[in-house]
Design a protein. Structure first.
Length: 354
C-alpha cells in the first residue's frame, strides 16, 4: 500500500451539525469503536478484463479491512443489465450501502431510485449518473484527462498534423467528458491539428481494428490518444506491424498518450514505447468509495470544498456531490509540457509503482 492510503478526509458535516468552515474540518475514518458491528457494503466491480480494474479489485478488500467494512461483491462485466441484477442480489443480502461504477450512466437511474426508496445509500466511483442522486461520486476530473492529453500531443506535434483519438463509449459520462475536452482543447489551442475520433466501446479489439483502418487511409498520423489502457496492447501491436513503434528520437515515432497509469504503461514510458499517461487513482477509488459509503450509512454528509487528500468536492447539481481526486499526467522526464505539470514515470507516489 502506498503512502496515499493513510485514511483521512476534510469537509465533513455530521447530520444535524453545520460546518461554517467547509474544507477546514478534519475527520479520520476508522473501523469504529470497540464492539461496533461492521456495516455490510455491496461493491459491484464493473469489469475484470483490464489491468486497471483488476488493480481496483485488489485494493477494495484492503480498504474494507482498514475501514472496518464487511464486503459483498459482484462483477457486472460491463453490462448494465447484470449490474441491475447484482444490485437486487445485494438488497436480498441485506447490505446497508452500495458502491458501483456504472458504465452506462443513463440506464442506471431507475436502480438508483429503487435503492433510495429503500434508504440504501449509493456511491459511484469512476463514473457519475446522468440523472438522480447518490451519496457521493468518487472520480477524477475526466475533462482534465482530455485536456492534458491534448496539450501534450499538441505541443509534441508543434500544433500541426493528424491524431487519432480512440474513444471509449459515449454512453458513459467518462467517454463524453474526455472526448469533448480533447476536441475543445484542440480547436482552441491547436487548430492546425486534425483529430480523427474513433468510438471503441471500451473494447481493445475494436480499438486496434479502427486504428489499423485509420492508418491505412492516413499513414501520416503522428499522435494517438487512448482514452483508457484497454487499447494499449492493440495500439502497440498495430504500430509495430507498421514499423512505427520506435523511440521518440526516431522521426517515424508516433506520440501516444494513454489513460489509467497501470504498471505496464509506466514501463512503456520508460522504454520509449509510449510517451505519457494520466494516472487514474485505482487505489483511491477503492479507498474513498468505501469511505463515503460507510459515512453515508453512519448518517454523515459533506459540503463542497477542498479535502485533506489533494482533491476538491464539487457540486455537480442539486443532490449530487463529486470528490474529484488527483490524477496527474505522467511522462518520461516529469517536466512541465504545454502548461501541464507532470509526474515522472518512476514517482513512488503513483499507484502503478506501489
Amino acid at each position: 500500500m502506498n503512502r496515499r492510503m493513510v485514511l483521512g478526509l476534510a469537509v465533513v458535516t455530521t447530520v444535524g451539525v453545520t460546518s461554517s468552515m467547509a474544507g477546514c474540518n478534519r475527520d479520520s475514518p476508522s473501523a469504529g469503536g470497540s464492539g461496533a458491528t461492521a456495516p455490510i457494503v455491496g461493491v459491484d466491480y464493473p469489469r475484470s478484463d483490464t489491468d486497471f480494474w483488476n488493480s481496483y479489485i485488489r485494493y477494495v478488500p484492503e480498504s474494507a479491512k482498514a475501514l472496518g467494512v464487511e464486503l459483498k461483491t459482484t462483477n457486472s462485466q460491463n453490462d448494465v443489465a447484470t449490474l441491475i441484477s447484482n444490485v437486487q442480489t445485494f438488497v436480498s443480502q441485506g447490505v446497508k450501502g452500495v458502491v458501483m461504477a456504472p458504465q452506462d450512466t443513463a440506464a442506471i437511474a431507475p436502480t438508483l431510485e429503487q435503492l433510495a426508496a429503500r434508504k440504501i445509500p449509493v456511491v459511484t466511483i469512476d463514473t457519475r449518473p446522468d440523472t438522480g442522486s447518490v451519496a457521493m461520486v468518487v472520480r477524477a476530473d475526466n475533462r482534465a484527462y482530455g485536456t492534458k492529453a491534448c496539450r501534450f500531443l499538441g505541443t509534441k506535434l508543434g500544433g500541426k498534423g493528424k491524431v487519432v483519438m480512440l474513444q471509449g463509449d459515449l454512453a458513459s459520462i467518462n467517454g463524453r467528458d474526455r472526448t469533448e475536452a480533447f476536441h475543445d482543447c484542440m480547436k482552441k489551442d491547436f487548430p492546425g491539428i486534425k483529430v480523427f475520433g474513433e468510438i471503441t466501446d471500451w473494447k481493445g479489439d475494436v480499438a486496434a481494428s479502427k486504428l489499423q483502418t485509420r492508418l491505412a487511409s492516413d499513414p501520416d498520423v503522428k499522435g494517438v490518444y487512448m482514452q483508457s489502457s484497454f487499447a494499449l496492447s492493440g495500439t502497440k501491436q498495430v504500430l509495430k506491424q507498421k514499423g512505427l513503434l520506435v523511440p521518440p528520437s526516431d522521426p517515424e515515432h508516433v506520440f501516444i498518450v494513454s489513460n489509467d497509469g497501470i504498471p505496464e504503461e509506466l514501463k512503456d514510458i520508460k522504454a520509449g514505447l509510449i510517451d505519457a499517461t494520466v494516472s487514474q487513482p485505482a487505489d483511491l477509488y477503492a479507498k474513498y468509495g468505501l469511505f463515503y459509503a460507510k459515512a453515508a450509512i453512519d448518517g454523515r454528509t459533506f459540503q463542497p470544498g477542498p479535502t485533506d487528500h489533494d482533491s476538491t468536492i464539487i457540486k455537480v447539481r442539486d443532490g449530487l456531490l463529486e470528490d474529484q481526486l488527483s490524477a496527474p499526467l505522467v511522462t518520461a522526464d516529469g517536466a512541465t509540457i504545454g502548461g501541464e505539470k507532470t509526474a515522472k514515470y518512476d514517482d513512488t507516489s503513483l499507484w502503478g509503482n506501489s
